[in-house]
Each structure stands twice: as C-alpha cells, then as structure tokens.
Design a protein around this ligand. Structure first.
Ligand code: SAM
Length: 252
C-alpha cells in the first residue's frame, strides 16, 4: 500500500495541512518535494490524493486532488473489552486489533488488572493511527476511556449484540465453536480478563447478565493472544473468507 499520512483536522475543502510527526516524516524521512502526490486520510472514512504545495519547517501544505470513499470496515460493530496487559504487549494488541477491523477497544478495570488503562489511552490512540496508516483503514478504531467490568457487564444487554465472555472453563472444543457463532449484524462484544484471570464474582456477573461463555481450548492464552484469537475468528467469519474451511478440509 502507498505511504499514507494522517491529517488530524477533518479534510472538508480543497486544501489540507500536515503537522507534527506526519509532516516531519513526509519531509525529512521520505524527502518529499513540492508537486509530489501522496495519500491522506482523516479518520472520517474517506481517503484523498493530495499534491504537496509547500514544505515548511513544521507543516506541509497540500491541495486535494481527489476524494474517495474507501470502506475497509467490518459489516458490523466489533468491540473488544479487555483488561490490558503491560508495556509493549498493549501496543501489539492495539495494532492487531486495528488490522482485524475492531471498531472499539475498551480498557477494562478488573479486580486482578495489572495495567493503568488511563495512563495508556493517549499512547494507544497514537498506535491506532500508526496501524491504520499501515493497514489502510480510513476509520480510526476508538480507544474508549477505561471502564469497570461491573458497568460493561450490565451494558448493551438489550441491543441484540452477541456478548462473548472469554473464560477457560474446560468446555470441549465443539461447545466452544458453537458458542462463538456471532449474530454479526447486531454487533459483537468480546470480554477478555486480566493476566490473573477473572474472579468468581466477575464471572458470576457475566452469567447473570447473559454473556455467552467462550472457551478457547485447553491451553491458557495470554491476554493479547486470547483477544486477537477471538477477534480473528469473528472478523474472518464476517469477511466471508474460506480460510477456516480450507484449513480444515481433508486433502484431495
Ligand atoms: N489463570 C487465569 C485463569 O485461569 O483465568 C489465566 C488468565 S488468561 C492469562 C487472561 C484472560 O485470557 C482470561 O481471563 C480469559 O479472558 C482469556 N483466556 C486465556 N486463555 C483462555 C482460554 N483457554 N479460554 C478462554 N479464555 C481464555
């Protein structure tokens, strides 16, 4: 995919400007020149061909050549509510979630949580932009403010979304597969617990609010692996890809 640049102001007219790191990258790293044409996006869903007019010390000014509506989103809303792991694993999780088309990531506050979601939000929003530049998404995955599991558990009960609660319960593989089939048109919400696992009370809250329990098999996955495994399943199923069926088919 061509180099893409994120414009943090909505592009509504015939002109745009890049500033900060985006302008520096274009001017210093890519050594762009006036007259070069690049691709911009502003998170609104469109992407733009734009010609560079002027490269200044801290900003690059451009003229919009063409606006295109290019939809690379899932056909339903996919929310990942996750008790964030620490450090670089947070960034990895966000990057992969963006690539898979996750609509919203909600950092969960849980009894055994290890990471301070509040401190991470700004950094993770920056990671969303970087991942969107790379994978071609024209809408930014929303990083919500951290929320308590008790609030999220009771949320969205009536809106018809499939709500999947990842918990290693020892169910068989076939139980798990059936449980994970999402009602895609109405959205999917996936809840992933912290490194130390959900408490009995947290699991009870999921049960009493009618979340579907999902078991991912006999191995215990790290937070980010569990999150990306379920998000991949849901997102690939929604894209109509035959990868799952092909991988499991007997050789001819
Ligand atoms: N000792 C903890 C336990 O038994 O719950 C392990 C927690 S695991 C590292 C972190 C989270 O990932 C879990 O709370 C769950 O949401 C998800 N997870 C990991 N492995 C899983 C599995 N095999 N099945 C379902 N969920 C899993």
């Amino acid at each position: 995919m061509t180099q893409r640049y994120f414009c943090d102001a909505a592009i509504t007219g015939s002109r745009a400007a890049l500033s900060g790191g985006e302008a520096q990258h274009l001017a210093r790293v890519m050594r762009a020149r006036a007259g070069d044409v690049v691709v911009l996006f502003d998170g609104s869903g469109a992407e733009f061909s734009a010609r560079i007019d002027r490269i200044g010390k801290s900003a690059v000014e451009l003229s919009i050549v063409e606006r295109r509506e290019v939809n690379r989103e899932l056909p339903f809303s996919l929310t990942l509510a996750v008790a964030l792991p620490k450090g670089d694993r947070q960034r990895w999780l966000v990057e992969k979630a963006v690539e898979l088309g996750v609509t919203r990531l909600v950092p969960l506050v849980t009894a055994r949580g290890v990471a301070d979601g509040r401190a991470a939000v700004d950094r993770l929003r920056r990671a969303v932009i970087e991942a969107s530049k790379q994978c071609g998404r024209n809408r930014l995955m929303d990083i919500a403010e951290p929320r308590r599991w008790s609030d999220v558990a009771a949320d969205s009960a009536g809106d018809g979304a499939s709500r999947l609660f990842a918990h290693p319960t020892g169910a068989t593989a076939s139980d798990s597969g059936e449980t994970m089939t999402p009602t895609q048109a109405r959205g999917v919400v996936i809840a992933i617990g912290p490194e130390g696992g959900w408490t009995e009370e947290e699991a009870a809250l999921a049960r009493s609010n009618d979340w579907r329990f999902v078991d991912l098999g006999p191995r215990i996955l790290r937070v980010e692996t569990a999150a990306i495994a379920i998000a991949s399943y849901v997102s690939l199923a929604a894209s109509g890809t035959s990868v799952g069926a092909n991988a499991l088919a007997s050789p001819q």
